[in-house]
Design a protein around this ligand. Structure first.
Ligand SMILES: [Fe+2]
Ligand SMILES: [Fe+2]
Length: 471
């Protein structure tokens, strides 16, 4: 059977004319579909979902909406349009023309960056696969699936780069993307945050708020890459990432709103009995997701990060908008460190601190939404403030991995940590409580009792539109 790849795989990379790449994708696509079937959203094969499908990179092309059976979703390969005479904008090759093929001397570093990014994409689909069974509304179910198919497309984007530019080892890496699985004891995903559980919808909203925002910062720094195909792939992926973060931010906001309404209605902080998620529980979920996401940025001081920067492979956030030499000659940057039982700030060569700098940009961006949540709380006259925990809290990587600290950043000993962590991180009892609220709501327009309705529907449709059809 011959397949028309321009039809089944929408693309702007001339797939039809590239025999070698076509053969590689022909081999990979069935394995991908099998993975989607085995590891993607459970019991979703028969559903018809109102999805956006990108069929080209121009404005009209990437906003195609319609009901789709997800296994028939057209996972496409899109790169943002090329920039004329694009240059490498930082590092030792600054000013040279951007690479259109893989620079031989940096092949393994580049492959590692692409594999690490690519591995997170199917991981998140795996982590979220059970959520469809407990959707709080059809609107939310549709958003979950939209995020899932786009993470699938992001995997396609990275697999395209591996198969088109890295020969046989690229094809092997592409196969391995479907063999590692989130939380698998033998073959886990590469980064720990992508092995964690996401088995309730509060976790899903936190995931799309925090993990997908990490995605935004990683993609943005890869979008600066001197390797042009990677840069262009990431630029297009970023347009989709924005929607994922929207799902997270509005999701948390709707939870907070419903909780505050209930607190007002009953004039009580003790609102679990009314079937909503109390604010201290929201805070625990936030503590957990934010702290594991900080680990995704890696060591505060990193030779790898310095190499990626000087090689021109991975830049800083909005590299070209930064007003400096883009080579960091003699520049310094302050990073946190833990010395003699105390948290201190160390001045180090800036080129070694690009992970920390990206993390700081991420924190600033994360805080913006938290401020908006606090505004909702305040508007309801409730005396509570959600906060991002200190960077020393609950860390597995970097300067703070060896210490325990409170969410305020005060260093504490093991015994105190063991005693007090139940106040700061989700306990099994908290998770069990949240699970009691996870019952599916599938009547168009109806919402579960623990979250407010969204302000508006998708793409101009009403909130009670049948976003997912079950027959
Ligand atoms: Fe993604
Ligand atoms: Fe995402």
């Amino acid at each position: 059977m011959s397949i028309d790849y321009n039809e089944t795989i929408p693309n702007n990379v001339n797939l039809a004319d590239d025999r070698r790449l076509l053969r590689a994708l022909e081999r990979w696509q069935p394995a991908y579909l099998k993975w989607w079937d085995d590891m993607g959203p459970v019991e979703s094969g028969d559903l018809s979902v109102y999805l956006r499908t990108a069929i080209s990179v121009d404005k009209n092309g990437w906003a195609n909406y319609g009901h789709v059976h997800m296994p028939e979703y057209r996972w496409g390969i899109f790169l943002s349009p090329p920039e004329d005479d694009r240059k490498i904008n930082f590092g030792i090759h600054k000013g040279e023309p951007a690479w259109q093929s893989v620079p031989g001397e940096y092949r393994s570093e580049l492959r590692r960056l692409i594999v690490t990014q690519g591995d997170t994409e199917p991981a998140s689909v795996e982590q979220q696969r059970q959520l469809g069974k407990t959707c709080p509304s059809l609107y939310d179910l549709r958003n979950l699936f939209q995020v899932n198919v786009e993470e699938g497309r992001h995997l396609w984007a990275m697999v395209y780069l591996l198969q088109a530019y890295f020969g046989r080892d690229g094809r092997e890496e592409a196969d391995m993307m479907l063999e590692r699985h989130a939380g698998d004891a033998d073959k886990p995903r590469i980064l720990q945050a992508f092995n964690e559980r996401t088995d309730d919808w509060l976790s899903f909203f936190m995931f799309t708020y925090f993990q997908d925002r990490d995605g935004k910062y990683q993609l943005a720094s890869l979008a600066e890459s001197g390797f042009d195909p990677l840069s262009r792939s990431c630029r297009f992926m970023l347009t989709e990432e924005a929607h994922h973060m929207f799902v997270g931010e509005t999701g948390i906001a709707r939870v907070v709103q419903r909780t505050c309404e209930t607190m007002r209605e009953h004039d009580s902080d003790d609102v679990r009995q009314y079937g909503v998620i109390d604010l201290p529980t929201v805070q625990k979920w936030m503590n957990f997701h934010y702290s594991i996401c900080l680990d995704l940025f890696g060591q505060e001081r990193s030779t790898n990060a310095a190499n990626y920067f000087s090689m021109g492979l991975k830049g800083r956030f909005q590299e070209t908008k930064i007003d400096d030499d883009h080579q960091l000659d003699g520049a310094v940057y302050n990073v946190p460190a833990f010395e003699d039982g105390k948290v201190v700030s160390l001045e180090v060569p800036a080129i070694t601190a690009s992970n920390e700098r990206l993390r700081a940009d991420y924190t600033k961006d994360s805080q913006r939404g938290v401020n908006r949540f606090n505004k909702i709380i305040k508007e309801h006259g409730v005396d509570f403030e959600l906060t991002l925990p200190n960077e020393a809290f609950n860390r597995g990587i970097g300067a703070f991995s060896g210490v325990h600290a409170t969410p305020e950043g005060e260093v504490i000993d093991d015994a105190e940590w063991e005693m007090r962590r139940v106040d700061w991180l989700p306990t099994e009892a908290d998770r069990a409580f949240v699970q009691t609220l996870m019952a599916p709501v599938t009547e168009p327009g109806r919402m579960a009792g623990w979250l407010a309705a969204p302000r508006r529907g998708i793409h101009g449709q009403p909130i009670d539109y049948e976003y997912v059809k079950f027959h």
